[in-house]
Design a protein. Sequence first.
Length: 417
Amino acid sequence: MSIPPHLAAFGSRDFRYIWGANALGGASTWTFLIASQWYVLSESDKSVFVGLFTFASMLPYLIVSPIGGILADRTERKKLTAITQAGITIAIAVSAVLSFLGVLSLWQLCILAFAAGCFRATQESALVALVTNVVPEKTLLNAITLNAATRHGSRVIGMGLLLMIRAPLGEGLDITQFLIASGLLGTISLILIVRVRKKSIGESFVQTGLVRGMINGVKFIYTKHEVGIFIILVAFHCALVMSFDSILPVLTRDSLGSEDEFLLALLVLSFGGGAAIGTFLLAGVRSESGKGRMLLITGLVSSISPIGLGLSSDASISFIASFLMGASQSTFMALTITYVQLATPDQYRGRVSSLYILHAGGIMAFANLGYGKLADTFTAPIVLVITGAVFLLVFSSMGVWDKVLKRTFAGNYQAVP
């Protein structure tokens, strides 16, 4: 039975298990985060506290990612992925127990979200590096793209579960069922990753210390322009148009008139659906010209769609804007990580992946914290409109002046690891 070109990487047994583990692990994480965010808003009635929780969950990407990158290059990647998935699941299980006992508080949620984030930040570098080792080079783009689809596409699984259960959060112990569901998804993810056979280590013989190894990784990305320019572009992208998690709950409540988590779940589901479809379409693109055009188009749509969401007071239009945000932002991120991985030697892939995650998740942590406060002061729609417009200006300027980006948009990107 032949495999469609869009799913070519699924020909690898190990990739199928990695993809399933990442999808369910992501669904576990998103179920935990989104349910907790609405719970925090309903308990505190302030977006700034949602921002604080989101900050706690994303701060590890800034603090822990560099260490995770070193570990991903110097330890067995499958084992590291399994250990970190177990850690995430335990943190979520503890939150479920505290909720069941009726003693779950904001500071406890923040600590547990931080702990889960530490494990997730470490895991992502190992997963990205492992994917590149289980598929042939001819399907590498397809594998990276399909794997990237799980990052935001997994929201569909988590939010689909939320909508099926359809119980309002913030009342009594109802959040407990979502935390239990999150823990179960994480457990299945762990079982799948354990079944991966490939053993992968970037540096078989370590010749430098931990600090020197990290410095070498930083030096690599900032001296190799074909890598550095995409990491800088991702930093702006994540800071300006992807840091909306802390303001989405208050947006649905104040702009769309939602009284419970239902519209929030639908918006997140729309975003996840767009992410899944966008990256699926990207997985079938093989030509450099096609990838270049998609990078340009998704960068522009990533700028415009948050503006549309901010200006909308109609639920249907908001769902469309959220869908476009998911499709464009996930595809944009998948393309940039693909270009970065193609230009990076295997012995650096863990560290470079961790620095990519650091620039993305670390910046999003502080942006979400700030935007939560700004949403209380100026309203969430104003934050979305201004940040979307600023990224449009930044992306357009970089596309005009940077030679690597100009060549990439024209389909002439070339980089040798």
